[in-house]
Write a protein that binds this ligand. Structure first.
Ligand SMILES: *[C@@H]1O[C@H](CO)[C@@H](O)[C@H](O)[C@H]1NC(C)=O
Ligand SMILES: *[C@@H]1O[C@H](CO)[C@@H](O)[C@H](O)[C@H]1NC(C)=O
Ligand SMILES: *[C@@H]1O[C@H](CO)[C@@H](O)[C@H](O)[C@H]1NC(C)=O
Ligand SMILES: *[C@@H]1O[C@H](CO)[C@@H](O)[C@H](O)[C@H]1NC(C)=O
Ligand SMILES: *[C@@H]1O[C@H](CO)[C@@H](O)[C@H](O)[C@H]1NC(C)=O
Ligand SMILES: *[C@@H]1O[C@H](CO)[C@@H](O)[C@H](O)[C@H]1NC(C)=O
Ligand SMILES: [Ca+2]
Length: 533
């Protein structure tokens, strides 16, 4: 039943919230349930259905030139070793065997397969690597099955990567003689127990010669490992899921982002390599079946192929390719994967703004380690933000500071002082790029410069005189745009006014005498007056 749930063509439609109980386990992220207070949403742990992942896989074959047909080449088979009339020719679609034939849908019963060059270069080893990538973390739900035509390899390793191909680890070894090939005792997956289910084994089950038509498939056994917990017919999946929660490494064991097949020695059809007929030794793979589900951390019931990538359709206010983060605005609580327990619906561990639980999880970008709960706003906010920061998460800058957008949010110097010139600016605040607001006539990022037509004197003031429009007249000179310094006979802002008015004789030589006389007159008069009396 478990397998038919996802491997059959009749997938259950995703929109079916009414019949939750009738559906498979963990298929639903939420459902509307009626209570005394009306309909409310209930949330559950949820996971996408398994999919045939070969549809989405990228295949890379190494070394270059290992695929047959370039140049065209003849080959025979182990069953018909002396009838070498078959041909592989990459330039002829009917005779070509490119890698994508490992993942095509075979219509009308015609088997299509990728094929390598033959072992002409014996005794140099005939080896090939096949890397399968999804750019998505996946979880196996059924056996991996690799179908070999013309015999299965006698030595092979299946490897997996959990980090998009940066590092690899062996998943299972395959050999017709495990001790000889890998110095490992031969094991069978079905002999594993709960105590050693995640052990990497070498098996001889899929490598011994039984005739190339009798057994074509090499398996990585997932079902027999599941069966240790779920029973031989996998009826008790609940018990498997419960184990996945409690047993460290069990879930990770079935998790991967890439798979790699290292083909180390082809089928021999006997014990020895026949050097006189090397055209019957090669690898040919007609199908790679990988049934798996997207890893969505129990936060999504759907995984869609969007823009060439598998993407979890995250619920529970989570986000990310694997729903591995809380959505913005829902980070008051640390992110947690959903949980299979308690059965039957698990725990969604949603990222809602559940403030009562979140005080201990105080996120202040490193500028504070104290939060408090504001009851009427129902939010948790940082208190005593340091380093000139402020805000609910100390994510803003205090008045009079602006943010260095190239600095990390937790940088001590993330807020830069505005440093507005106190004389030239309207206030001490600046905008997001550090620009202050300037008074009239003032300019510059910090408002410490004057616009043309203004001069600086504890602020900018309009020019009194200059060399263009506000010229000092009658020979006066402009001093620092602040005032005209006038010749003795003239006065006024621009020296425009003569001092010698009313027909008096007035020249520059007598001006000083006159002004002295004018200055002395009252004094003389006083003196004369007192002498006369
Ligand atoms: C297969 O990959 C392994 C690991 O990167 C490498 O050491 C080996 O040379 C490769 N084999 C071939 C045939 O390219
Ligand atoms: C892999 O997936 C991530 C996340 O969806 C995406 O950003 C990235 O471009 C993908 N890489 C490739 C090579 O498609
Ligand atoms: C796992 O344990 C069982 C019993 O404890 C044992 O028979 C079996 O050989 C072990 N398998 C491996 C691969 O160690
Ligand atoms: C996401 O958060 C919003 C707002 O708090 C809430 O109404 C909604 O129920 C949450 N969704 C889930 C699935 O928890
Ligand atoms: C902003 O931060 C970056 C990175 O820390 C630093 O290199 C730069 O000097 C800072 N800019 C200013 C104006 O402080
Ligand atoms: C700040 O003001 C300057 C000058 O007006 C402007 O060029 C800049 O775009 C402003 N920056 C922001 C973030 O508003
Ligand atoms: Ca095929």
């Amino acid at each position: 039943w478990y397998l038919s749930r996802f491997s059959g063509p009749s997938e259950i439609p995703s929109y079916s919230q009414a019949c939750h109980a009738a559906r498979g386990q963990y298929d639903l992220c939420k459902s509307l349930v009626s209570t005394d207070e009306g309909a409310v949403w209930e949330h559950y742990a949820c996971q996408p259905k398994a999919q045939a992942m070969k549809e989405y896989m990228h295949i890379h074959v190494e070394p270059p030139g290992v695929t047959c047909g370039n140049p065209p080449e003849r080959f025979c088979t182990l069953e018909n070793p002396y009838l070498c009339s078959d041909e592989c020719d990459a330039s002829n679609p009917d005779l070509a065997h490119p890698p994508q034939l490992m993942q095509d849908r075979e219509r009308s019963g015609l088997i299509t397969y990728w094929q390598t060059v033959t072992w002409r270069r014996y005794p140099e080893p005939l080896q090939a690597n096949i890397t399968l990538s999804w750019n998505k973390t996946l979880e196996l739900t059924d056996d991996i099955q690799i179908t070999f035509e013309y015999g299965r390899p006698t030595v092979m390793v299946l490897e997996k990567s959990l980090n998009f191909g940066r590092t690899w680890q062996p998943y299972q070894y395959y050999a017709d003689d495990c001790v000889d090939a890998f110095n490992m005792a031969p094991r069978r997956a079905r002999d594993l127990t709960a105590a050693n289910v995640t052990r990497v084994i070498c098996t001889e089950q899929y490598s011994r010669w039984v005739g190339s038509k009798n057994e074509k498939v090499v398996r990585f056994e997932v079902r027999s490992r599941f069966a240790i917990f779920a029973g031989p017919r996998l009826l008790d999946m609940e018990s498997l899921y419960t184990r996945m929660e409690s047993m460290k490494g069990l879930r990770d064991f079935f998790t991967f982002t890439n798979l790699r097949l290292r083909l180390l020695r082809p089928a021999l059809g006997g014990t020895y390599v026949q050097r006189d007929n090397l055209l019957k030794y090669f690898y040919a793979i007609s199908n790679v079946e990988v049934l798996a589900r997207c890893k969505c951390n129990l936060h999504a019931s759907q995984c869609l192929y969007v823009d060439g990538n598998l993407q979890c359709q995250c619920e529970h206010n989570t986000t990310g390719q694997d729903c591995q983060r809380c959505k913005k605005g829902f980070k008051a609580k640390t992110w947690k994967s959903g949980s299979y327990i308690p059965t039957p619906n698990g725990s969604p561990n949603t990222c809602d703004v559940d403030v009562s639980l979140s005080l201990s999880d105080c996120e202040c970008n490193g500028h504070s380690n104290r939060c408090s709960y504001i009851d009427f706003l129902n939010i948790v906010t940082c208190v005593s933000c340091k380093h000139n920061t402020r805000g609910q998460n100390c994510e803003h800058c205090r008045m009079g500071f602006y943010k260095n957008t190239s600095a990390e949010p937790d940088d001590e110097n993330v807020c830069i002082e505005c440093n507005c010139n106190t004389m030239g600016s309207l206030h001490d605040r600046c905008n997001g790029t550090g620009f202050c607001q300037c008074k009239e006539g003032t300019t510059g990022v910090k408002c410490d410069d004057c616009l043309p037509g203004y001069y600086w004197k504890q602020g900018c003031f309009p020019n009194v005189c200059d060399d263009e429009l506000l010229l000092c007249q009658n020979g006066g000179t402009c001093a620092q745009n602040q005032r005209c310094s006038c010749p003795p006979d003239f006065k006024g802002v621009l020296c425009q006014q003569s001092r010698c008015e009313g027909g008096k004789k007035c020249n520059s030589a007598s001006a000083l005498t006159l002004s002295l006389a004018l200055l002395l007159c009252p004094l003389l008069a006083t003196l004369l007056g007192s002498a006369a009396s």
